[in-house]
Design a protein around this ligand. Structure first.
Ligand code: CTP
Length: 407
């Protein structure tokens, strides 16, 4: 595993909670990377986690006692169920089972880790609580688990992953714990006090648009909005004021972001144009529909053997921005299925962009509706940088890193 990101949180105190999942073995690498980067890490394991890995491994790597028992007389004076949470700059539960998530959401504290957490969830003022879930996809999809996750998110608990892919059971689905380097990058973002976008007003578009065919049908695409939301989240954490203009998605807007919801390409165009003057940077991550139906009847079109739709081109929002721009730095995206560099460079030039993020949406793990992407960033000076497959959160960081080097 090659670290993709230089970490900048030396000296931070991290509480690493490990629960009973096969992904516990990945926590060893996570701990090693945290320690290598100068973090002081204390580990709490649940009894269930001991089935997968021993405290000795974490003790050797962290150079601290590994806490398991709630009532260990040897450590009584540390009052670990209170102090371990209080002293940590970040609490990271990786892997987090459906059980610990359920306990956190419902106030159950029947062991040391859950008791530490009950004193922190929803009341913590110093640093994040980060959960990296790991479980089989059926458990993850369970409405009960989803309800617990939703509640914890409302209580400002952060979730990283889980990712989709091959699971320990042999099945495929969403439930894999995120890779340790992605968790590290996430921890870094949450602990980052970087202000490198301070003073900037970032306008980000995200998600698909929907163009009605009749009152019940529409044309759209499978964009999830994850890329644009990750860019907005990263920008706000870097000190920018962020305006997110979003097509229909299932995502919650990141904290601190002003979100304007739109449905059609025309509504997105109007919202962007209304806010353009305020913006210093524009990122068009939305997958805007290129066509809309020319005539939308008031009544549902009745079923027949075939129908012909008369489609009209929607206005290109990026082109409209480029014509009206004043000082804004403009970043576009290119969704391609072949000849990536040539097609994206063509879009960079024809839409007068400063930078374009090109992705081949036909590759596995890239493009729409997945947590990862594979991108190449091209700037107007001709610089071309390829990035390997990684999470959309890390790509968002890379985009800002690239912007800061090119503005
Ligand atoms: N875009 C836009 N307005 C549109 C269509 C696209 O602003 N009506 C923006 C997208 O948000 C993206 C960039 O243009 O930043 C490129 O979009 P893409 O779908 O890759 O290409 P198109 O310009 O639509 O061209 P084509 O579909 O022919 O590849």
């Amino acid at each position: 595993m090659t670290p993709t990101h230089k970490l900048t949180f030396s000296g931070k105190k991290i509480l690493l909670g490990i629960t009973g999942s096969i992904a516990a073995y990945k926590a060893v690498y996570l701990l090693r990377r945290l320690v290598e980067n100068g973090c002081d890490v204390k580990v709490v394991m649940t009894r269930e986690a001991l089935n997968f890995i021993t405290p000795l491994t974490f003790g050797v790597l962290s150079k601290h006692h590994v806490y398991v028992d709630m009532f260990d007389p040897q450590y009584a004076e540390d009052i670990p169920h209170l102090n371990l949470g209080r002293e940590a700059d970040a609490m990271v539960i990786a892997p987090a089972t459906a059980n610990i998530i359920g306990k956190m959401a419902n106030g159950v504290c029947d062991d040391l880790l859950s008791t530490i957490l009950i004193g922190q969830v929803g009341v913590r003022r110093s640093g994040p609580i980060i959960i990296a879930p790991a479980m089989d996809y059926e458990m993850y999809e369970s409405p009960v688990v989803q309800k617990n996750i939703k509640l914890l998110k409302e209580l400002m608990v952060d979730f990283v992953g889980p990712e989709a892919g091959m699971l320990a059971s042999g099945a495929s689905g969403q439930g894999r714990m995120s890779e340790p380097d992605d968790i590290l990058s996430f921890i870094e973002t949450r602990l980052s006090k970087s202000e490198d976008l301070k003073g900037q007003v970032v306008l980000v578009t995200a998600g698909p648009t929907r163009e009605a065919i009749d009152p019940v049908r529409y044309i759209s695409n499978s964009s999830s909005g994850k890329m644009g939301y990750a860019i907005a989240d990263s920008a706000v954490r870097r000190g920018a004021r962020v305006i997110l203009i979003s097509g229909p998605t299932f995502l919650n807007p990141p904290a601190g972001v002003e979100c304007i919801n739109v449905v059609t390409a025309e509504e997105m165009l109007n919202a962007v144009m209304n806010k353009l003057e305020e913006a210093t940077i524009v990122v068009m991550a939305a997958a805007v529909s290129d066509f809309r139906s020319a005539d939308i009847p008031d009544k549902k079109i009745k079923k027949s053997e075939s129908i012909t739709l008369n489609l009209k081109k929607t206005q290109d929002i990026l082109e409209a921005i480029s014509k009206k721009r004043d000082k804004q730095f403009i970043i576009g995206f290119a969704a391609e299925t072949g000849d990536l560099i040539n097609n994206a460079t063509q879009k960079l030039k024809s839409k007068s962009l400063d930078m374009i993020v090109a992705n081949d949406v036909s590759l596995p793990g890239a493009g729409f509706d997945v947590d990862t992407n594979i991108v190449t960033i091209i700037d107007k000076k001709g610089g071309i940088t390829e990035y390997p497959k990684t999470s959309k959160r890390i790509i968002a960081e890379n985009i800002w890193g690239h912007y800061l080097g090119n503005r």
